[in-house]
Each structure stands twice: as structure tokens, then as C-alpha cells.
Design a protein around this ligand. Structure first.
Ligand code: BGC
Length: 769
């Protein structure tokens, strides 16, 4: 068998390969590469010179949809990867895109990434990652293709649900927790999609035109935290281009920022089918080509035979090949593939503990946006009949969502959970309300613009039936919002409106029953007119995963006090949103038609990020636009008060960006009558600078849980980096001396405490220092 493999490698590599008849010895049992007490780097460095050139090249491209071949001569098995951000994806055919059709590939579906971000709780992100890591081990996976770290630039991005919202600080905290959780299980995380992959329209070729400062302050920090704080083992490049070069061959992003400034030692893989060249991609920083020629022969991959030719021709130096291989070997060592036998602890799938974590996470994700006259929680003393309305109440979402889909054994829908939750004399009625569009499984390939079926038009009859049951109920719960057919990888949302018919339905139900509670699904905000003033309550549920329904019912009935906060600004209308508002042409979704293959910087679709730094609340603050709901906003069934703000400046000289410059001391009190969680948010504003800066920026957060009446004194340090902005003239993070306002509260528009910190001396740090 081994001979056969060797022969086939020789055949595709042609004459050059035949020359190497005596491969270097693999080393005996005491060889350092086998020694588990050595570092992954030392093991990789010992193994590298024992490989033939052919073996080296074989590690640099896939041998199946989600695998690389290992090193058969060394008894090192294949490396297996899996999507994705909500859990371990179902098994896909080894050389295709269809499901493998197995019955042992169920997994826990956790809530969508945007819901995790809504928890505003980095500790939960770690728990999230840990579940993924344990389930990945149980499913034999070595690399999990998550988390997704692209910033929400527009409410229309089809993949917003997979990411952590609009703010770089929040996304960074989530990234670090998530990655630490996954990698604590001996499984590699993969931070994706590096970088500026903020939309699905023309995702494979759009050229993002962006200034360096914006890139570094808004779009790169979550990746930087993944690399420099969480030490993520792998990175996936985006499909798109940035300032003229594809991400997979972007010298600035990969060689300069990632590998040189951030000192990334792991491996850079392409998104599936995202490599377009051999020499540029290899020289400019890609280390592994994935997803090319999935249904054909990988011999045709850019990093297969043509890479060998390039080495022989001297256009790619062997030192670069060695670096690429080392990076792959380090990851292989880190995930246990170099151990003999290459066994890891078993891992667990769908354990009670995982389901419990999934439930807590889904409850923590819910954001209460309106609650007039304490419409929620539902009071069983006063409510006997509950009308549940809306097809989304009776829909399982986890199995859709393209690469974020999970095959769940038993996803609890909101309707099921509400029925389970009620007491003996309560009664639940149900009406479909609207007909959701179907489909959504469509994918593949890097193109974007995958077919998504148009939602069916709603019939007046469905609305009449819903109004009828609402009128006869004590409470009406309308579960509406997006569904995966129009909110997933492959295409962007057509507009910020709710799917056809839903707004009319909600308006009619809210008129018929003043106790109407609206629950919205989706990965991003939707227009809430004309019904928001008539609805008694509004709850954002996102996509809750396996245990989402139960979590939602717990919130509705008060077994869980909601504590989620919006990880994105909720605009009143799309035109208020920065990527749709600057009046410039070339903003979302850009100009020009989709291109293929190698493109010159000026050809193919172009997109101008002309709103610059003013993404999300930064824009709404600067332009003084009233959002529907601000970034960071979220209600609770209890209330919180903030007091006693004072600052303790430290005497330390700010020798590094991590030095704490000042500690923010404050007290937070649960001033209501129920236990509850609150997210204390600290923003910094500096308005009198020579350089324009956003009006304020989130720089710290702390989640606390308090009993009624309980007070908690908090001391939260602010590092020097919190005060800096990126200065392209000096290539450094700098802060001008002067007064900085420290703002404390529980949303970007509710910051009752304020204090001034005076920075006496300028700060300047080189990137990576
Ligand atoms: C997606 C990635 C995913 C990969 C493998 C690509 O189309 O953009 O996020 O990890 O496919 O499924």
C-alpha cells in the first residue's frame, strides 16, 4: 500500500521526483519529532529535514474536501478539519460537497456567533469553544474552521450571524475566549476570514479599497488578538481582494502584518478554492491550499505539481517551502498527530453538560429590546391562553446555514419549548402567520450569489387566522424574522426589511392584542416599523441552536433573566447605516461585475470603504443619527445603577501597550427585585485631538451577576493601548497627551458616569511591540 502511494506521488511529480530514490531516514523511537515532551516547534524542526521534497509538497495542499494526507512513510495519519462556528459540521463526502450520509455525525449546535457576542461575556466564549473542541475530538477532527472574525459593516451581510458584531474590542474579547476554549482541548482553531471579507456579494473577487488606519483600528484587531493573545494555531484567508491583491496572496496582510509584526508561527490556509496562483500565493504568505479541485484531482492544485516546478525553476525558494512545511508540522504536532500512537483523549458528543452549556449560552444571547408595562416575563397567574404565531416558531434552523450548519439530533423549536413550559391550566394555540421561503442548502464554491429561494408571498388568510387566535389569547407571541434561506453564506440579504408579509402580520396581531410579544430570529437587525410602538415587547433571539427553543421559553417565562446586549447598532432604516449612507458611489455592494481568476487591481468588482473608521456606533455618534436601538443596549427584568466612579492612575511608565495606565473604579448595584446579569461597558472619548477620532470607542467590559439589592465594587484596568490610534506616518500606535473622557454605563447611549483622565506624556508603540 505504502509503495503504491509512493509510486503515485512519483508519477504526478514527474522526473524530478524520481531523482530522490533514497529518502532521508525517519529516525528511531528516540527521534525528537516523536518526543511528546518537546515543543511543537522543536518536533517540527526535527522532522523537516527527514522529508523528501515530494513529502513536503504533499503537506501543502488538500487530499480531500477537508483533509491533508499526513505522512504515510512516518505513520503520521491524515489531518482532518471541519466547519464550523456553531459546532462540528456533519460529515461531508471525502471528495465532494454532499453529505456523507452517516448517522454518527450529530453534534451540539451552539447559538450563532452573533448571539455569543450578544452575551457580552468572554468567559462564555471560552465555554463555547471548549464544547466545540471536545466534540471535535469525539468526531476525529484536528482543526475546527472557526471562529469567524469579520466585522459587521452592513446589516445585509449574509454571514453576520457567524461573526461577533460591529465592534473590534468586543469581537477581540470573544475571539480570545473562543480560541482558548477550542485549543484547550488539543484542537486547533482557525480564525477566519483574514481579512475584510464583510459581504457575500462578489465575495470571491471584490477588491476592498481601504486605508491602512481603518484596517488596523477596525477590521484587524480581532485577528490580532487571536494571534497575539490566544495564540491561534491557524488562520484562513478571505476570498476577496484587499487593495488590489487576493487575501491568499496579500503580501501586506500575510507577510508584513500577520507573520512579521504579529509574529504568527502557525499556518495560513486558504478559504476553499481561494488560491489563484502558485508563485504569488506561496511567496506572499499562504502555507496551505484548501478546497481547490474538490471533485477532481488535487494534482492540479496550485500548491501541487506547479509548486514543485516553481521550486525547480527557482521562482519559489526552498527556504519558503521549508517555512510553509514547518508551519504545517507545528500544527500537526500541536494536535497530537506526531504522537505514536497518534491518539488523543476521546472527547464527547452531545453530552448533558454540552446541552446544558448550549442552553445557558442561548439564554445569554437573548437581547430584550422593549418591555412595556412588564409584558415579560409571562405571568402564569394571569395568562391562561398563549397564541404562538409565526412559522419560525415551528422551524429548526441549525441544519441550514451552509458551512455553519449542524446536524442536530433534536433541536427544540420555540413552539415545542413553549408547549412544554406551560402549566396544567394554560393553553397554547398556534398559527403559521406567514409562509417562509424554502431552500437555503445551496452553496458552494467561492463565488457568492448562491441561489436563495425567494420567500413565498404571504396570504391574507394566514394573517386572518393569526389575528383570530391572537384576539382570543391573553398573550400573543409572534416569532418572526429571518430564516436561513435568506440569511446565510453565499448571498447577502436583499434589504433590511423583514421577509414579505411579516411586518403586516405583526402590525395586525399587535393591533388585535396589546400584549403582543415579538421574537425575532436572524443574524442582523431588521426594520421594526410600522409595528414597534404597538408591540408590548421585543426580544432578539438570533439563532439559538439545539437548545435555543428551551432557552427562549426560559426567558419568556422568567426562569432566565435576559442579560444580552446588542453587538451591533440597530438602525431605523438601511440608509442610516454607514456603508449605505456616505453618499459616495462604490460603497456596498461595490461597483463592477464579478471577476474570475487573476485580476489586475483595477478590474473586477471594486468596493470603497469610504466611511473609514466610522463603522457601527462610531458613525451614528459622529453623524448624530438616532438608531432604533444603540450598540450595547439590552434590557433586563431587573434594573441596575452605576455609581462611585473614580480613577486611579498608575505610576507605571507605559513601556508596553499592555501596561495598565489607569484603573476605573465604580460600583454597580442591582436596584430591582430579581437576580440579574449586567454588562458594564467602558468607553473612551478624546475629542480635542489633532487627528480625527471616532466620538467614543468601547475599551473594556465586565459582566456581573447580582442579587436584588447587591452592590459590587469593580476595578477595571485600562491598558495604554486603549488610548491609542494608528499613525501611518510613524507606523505606530500613538496617543496624544491631553484629556480623555472615560464613560461608564450599560449601552453606547446610556453612559451615566463620566471622569477625565489626563495623559501627560505621548505614547507610541510599534505594531507587535
Ligand atoms: C467558507 C469557509 C468554510 C469553507 C469550508 C468556504 O466557502 O467561506 O468559511 O470554512 O468553505 O467549508
Amino acid at each position: 500500500m505504502r509503495n503504491l502511494i509512493a509510486l503515485s506521488i512519483c508519477l504526478w511529480l514527474g522526473g524530478a521526483a524520481m531523482a530522490q530514490t533514497n529518502p532521508p531516514p525517519i529516525g528511531d523511537a528516540s527521534a525528537p519529532w516523536r518526543n511528546v515532551s518537546q515543543s511543537p516547534d522543536a518536533r517540527a524542526r526535527d522532522l523537516l529535514p527527514r522529508l523528501t521534497l515530494q513529502e513536503k509538497i504533499s503537506l501543502l495542499h488538500a487530499d480531500g474536501t477537508f483533509s491533508t494526507p499526513g505522512l504515510p512513510r512516518f505513520n503520521i495519519p491524515k489531518l482532518w478539519m471541519s466547519d464550523g462556528p456553531q459546532g462540528v459540521r456533519e460529515e461531508i463526502q471525502p471528495t465532494g460537497w454532499n453529505p456523507a450520509g452517516r448517522n454518527d455525525d450529530f453534534a451540539t449546535a451552539l447559538p450563532a456567533g452573533i448571539g455569543l457576542a450578544a452575551s457580552f461575556d468572554p468567559d462564555l466564549a471560552r465555554e463555547f469553544g471548549q464544547v466545540i473542541g471536545e466534540e471535535a475530538r469525539a468526531r476525529g477532527k484536528h482543526i475546527m474552521l472557526c471562529p469567524g472574525l469579520n466585522i459587521m459593516r452592513t446589516p445585509l451581510n449574509g454571514r453576520n450571524s457567524e461573526y461577533f458584531g460591529e465592534d473590534p474590542y468586543l469581537a477581540s474579547r470573544m475571539a480570545v475566549g473562543f480560541i482558548n476554549g477550542v485549543q484547550s482541548q488539543g484542537v486547533a482553531a482557525c480564525a477566519k476570514h483574514f481579512a475584510l471579507n464583510n459581504q457575500e456579494t462578489n465575495r470571491d473577487s471584490v477588491n476592498v479599497k481601504i486605508d491602512e488606519r481603518t484596517m488596523r483600528e477596525i477590521y484587524l484587531p480581532a485577528f490580532k488578538a487571536a494571534v497575539t493573545e490566544a495564540r491561534v494555531w491557524t488562520i484562513m484567508t478571505g476570498y476577496n481582494r484587499v487593495n488590489g491583491q487576493y487575501c491568499s496572496e496579500n503580501d501586506f496582510l500575510l507577510n508584513r502584518v500577520l507573520k512579521s509584526e504579529w509574529n504568527f508561527q502557525g499556518l495560513v490556509m486558504s478559504d476553499w478554492g481561494g488560491v489563484h496562483s502558485t508563485v504569488e500565493a506561496a511567496k506572499n504568505g499562504s502555507d496551505l491550499e484548501m478546497g481547490s479541485n474538490v471533485t477532481g484531482s488535487h494534482d492540479k492544485d496550485f500548491f501541487a505539481g506547479t509548486l514543485l516546478d516553481a521550486v525547480n525553476a527557482g521562482t519559489v525558494p526552498i527556504s519558503r517551502i521549508d517555512d510553509m512545511v514547518l508551519r504545517n508540522l507545528r500544527v500537526m504536532a500541536s494536535v497530537g498527530l506526531l504522537n505514536s500512537p497518534p491518539r488523543r483523549a476521546q472527547g464527547e458528543l452531545l453530552s448533558e453538560e454540552h446541552l446544558d452549556t448550549a442552553r445557558r449560552l442561548a439564554s445569554s444571547a437573548c437581547v430584550l429590546l422593549k418591555n412595556s408595562n412588564n409584558a415579560l416575563p409571562i405571568n402564569p397567574e394571569r395568562v391562561k391562553t398563549i397564541a404562538v404565531i409565526g412559522q419560525n416558531a415551528d422551524t429548526r434552523f441549525a441544519h441550514d446555514g451552509n458551512s455553519a450548519a449542524i446536524k442536530t439530533r433534536n433541536e427544540i423549536t420555540p413552539l415545542q419549548a413553549i408547549r412544554r413550559h406551560i402549566f396544567n391550566d394554560m393553553n397554547v394555540t398556534y398559527a403559521q402567520g406567514y409562509a417562509a421561503g424554502t431552500g437555503g442548502g445551496a452553496r458552494r464554491g467561492p463565488g457568492g450569489g448562491a441561489t436563495q429561494s425567494a420567500p413565498a408571498t404571504n396570504s391574507a388568510q394566514l394573517i386572518d387566522e393569526a389575528v383570530d387566535i391572537a384576539r382570543n389569547a391573553d398573550v400573543a407571541i409572534v416569532v418572526a424574522g429571518l430564516y436561513r434561506a435568506q440569511d446565510q453564506e453565499g448571498a447577502d440579504r436583499p434589504s433590511m426589511n423583514l421577509p414579505p408579509g411579516q411586518a403586516e402580520l405583526i402590525a395586525a396581531v399587535a393591533k388585535a392584542n396589546p400584549k403582543t410579544v415579538v421574537v425575532l430570529t436572524g443574524g442582523s437587525p431588521s426594520v421594526v416599523e410600522p409595528w414597534i410602538s404597538d408591540a408590548a415587547a421585543l426580544l432578539m433571539y438570533w439563532y439559538g441552536g439545539t437548545e435555543g427553543g428551551t432557552a427562549l421559553a426560559n426567558v419568556l417565562f422568567g426562569d432566565w433573566n435576559p442579560s444580552g446586549h446588542l453587538p451591533c447598532t440597530w438602525p431605523k432604516k438601511l440608509a442610516d447605516s454607514p456603508a449605505h449612507n456616505s453618499g459616495e458611489t462604490g460603497q456596498f455592494p461595490g461597483t463592477g461585475a464579478r471577476g474570475r481568476g487573476q485580476l489586475s487591481p483595477e478590474t473586477g468588482p471594486q468596493e470603497d470603504y469610504s466611511e473609514g473608521l466610522l463603522v457601527g456606533y462610531r458613525w451614528f455618534d459622529e453623524k448624530k443619527i438616532e438608531p432604533q436601538f444603540p450598540f450595547g443596549f439590552g434590557l433586563s427584568y431587573t434594573t441596575f445603577a452605576f455609581s462611585n466612579l473614580n480613577l486611579s492612575p498608575s505610576n507605571a511608565s507605559a513601556s508596553s501597550p499592555n501596561t495598565a495606565l489607569v484603573t476605573v473604579n465604580l460600583t454597580v448595584t442591582n436596584s430591582g427585585t430579581l437576580n440579574g446579569g449586567e454588562s458594564v461597558q467602558i468607553y473612551i472619548a478624546q475629542n480635542n485631538t489633532a487627528v480625527p477620532r471616532p466620538p467614543k470607542e468601547l475599551k473594556a467590559l465586565r459582566k456581573v451577576t447580582l442579587q436584588p439589592g447587591e452592590r459590587r465594587a469593580l476595578s477595571i484596568p485600562l491598558p495604554a493601548s486603549a488610548f491609542t490610534h494608528y499613525d501611518t506616518a510613524s507606523d505606530a500606535w500613538i496617543a496624544e497627551p491631553g484629556d480623555y473622557t472615560i464613560l461608564v454605563g450599560n449601552s453606547s447611549r446610556n453612559l451615566p458616569l463620566k471622569a477625565t483622565y489626563r495623559l501627560d506624556n505621548p505614547l507610541s508603540f510599534k505594531e507587535g511591540s
